[in-house]
Design a protein around this ligand. Structure first.
Ligand code: G3H
Ligand code: 13P
Ligand code: ZN
Length: 332
């Protein structure tokens, strides 16, 4: 058993309470490799923003669970080295799909886990989420559960249709599961293609897709049912068009990639939405930078020469999110 407290990590409880009171949201950035982790920590330390390091089941399999844990431990020390005296860093399991996986993460030093039973029937989702919450709380690990279904890919689960969270279910669900935060569905989705072209309009000036707005009426109804309860938004990448253009310019092919406009995320951050999940934007920045180096310097074969620029671009992206979108700078 490894306690996250020994690793210098924190859980999400105080972090979320402060974020709701302060009208900002905590960034939850996924990582799979060293460069992403370095960029996240540098951006958080430079802006003094609390941060959630998210690891999916796929990331654990890719990087190795033991190595990931030591990387997170190293991240705390790196943050201190960068001059961040009391780093506020959470290590969180993203989209846990079983009790066993969540338990394994609790036992190996995670300070927060998500149990994603959103594809299950309501009562099964409650039973599984409660089982995880009961176990995690023994070790003061916080738990995110999900109600409602996002369209697109959720780790290995693919849903064709989204179902908004039903506000009339949230009180019963949060009470009976004992979860600490609730991921909801109000129109976001995972990946770089969040909306089909037929769901969007087109900006006649730029020819770019303009997505439909998020269902803020559903969010309002949820907040009315659960005043002050921490709400989480998944699938919140904005799919910056400059990265899409760079990728396409340098040999990639991402036609009509579209994300959630930043003004909508800014609005959500000011509400009880206190955790915003961003993964795809980092992947796009990484890929754009690497493609540029490969296209402009075909003779380059030192990974530091293309992963370095990728890391720089991701750092810039994370800082932008923290300062200009979520408003979490100078909160840690
Ligand atoms: O919600 C999904 C996250 O972006 C993680 O994606 O399962 O490909 O690591 P992944
Ligand atoms: P994006 O694909 O929009 O980055 O969403 C990431 C996410 O929700 C991780 O759980
Ligand atoms: Zn997600």
């Amino acid at each position: 058993m490894v306690s996250y407290k020994e690793l210098g990590l924190v859980n999400t409880r105080d972090m979320f309470a402060k974020a709701i009171r302060g009208g900002y949201a905590i960034p939850a950035f996924n990582f799979n490799n060293m460069e992403q982790l370095q960029a996240i920590i540098k951006a958080a330390a430079d802006t003094k923003s609390p941060v959630i390091l998210q690891v999916s089941k796929g990331a654990r399999n890719y990087a190795n669970p033991t190595l990931l844990r030591y990387m997170a431990q190293g991240a705390v020390e790196y943050a201190k080295e960068l001059g961040w005296e009391h780093p506020q860093i959470v290590l969180h399991l993203d989209h846990g799909d079983s009790f066993e996986l969540c338990k394994d993460c609790v036992d190996l030093g995670f300070s927060s886990v998500m149990i994603d039973g959103s594809a299950l029937p309501y009562e099964e989702n409650i039973a599984l989420s409660k089982k995880v919450a009961d176990y995690a709380h023994l070790y003061d690990v916080t738990v995110e559960a999900e109600l409602g279904v996002l369209a697109g890919v959720e780790d290995e689960v693919q849903a064709e249709e989204s179902h908004y969270t039903r506000p009339e279910e949230v009180i019963d669900f949060s009470r009976r599961t004992g979860c600490d935060s609730l991921a909801i569905s109000i129109g976001t989705s995972h990946g770089a293609y969040k909306f089909k072209p037929e769901q969007c309009t087109r900006d006649p000036r730029t020819g770019r897709l303009v997505p439909p707005p998020l269902a803020f009426d559903v969010l309002d109804a949820i907040m009315e049912q659960l005043p002050g309860f921490p709400i989480v938004l998944h699938g919140s990448s904005s799919v910056p068009q400059e990265y899409v253009d760079m990728i396409n310019q340098f040999g990639g092919k991402l036609p009509d990639a579209v994300g959630i406009p930043e003004d909508q995320l800014r609005k959500a951050s000011k509400s009880a939405v206190c955790k915003i999940n961003i993964d795809s934007d980092s992947r796009l920045a990484f890929t754009a930078a690497v493609r540029k180096v490969f296209a402009e310097k075909p003779g380059e074969f030192d990974p530091r020469k293309y992963c370095g620029p990728a890391r720089d671009l991701m750092t810039e992206l994370y800082k932008h999110k923290i300062i200009n979108v979520l408003g979490s700078d100078n909160k840690a």
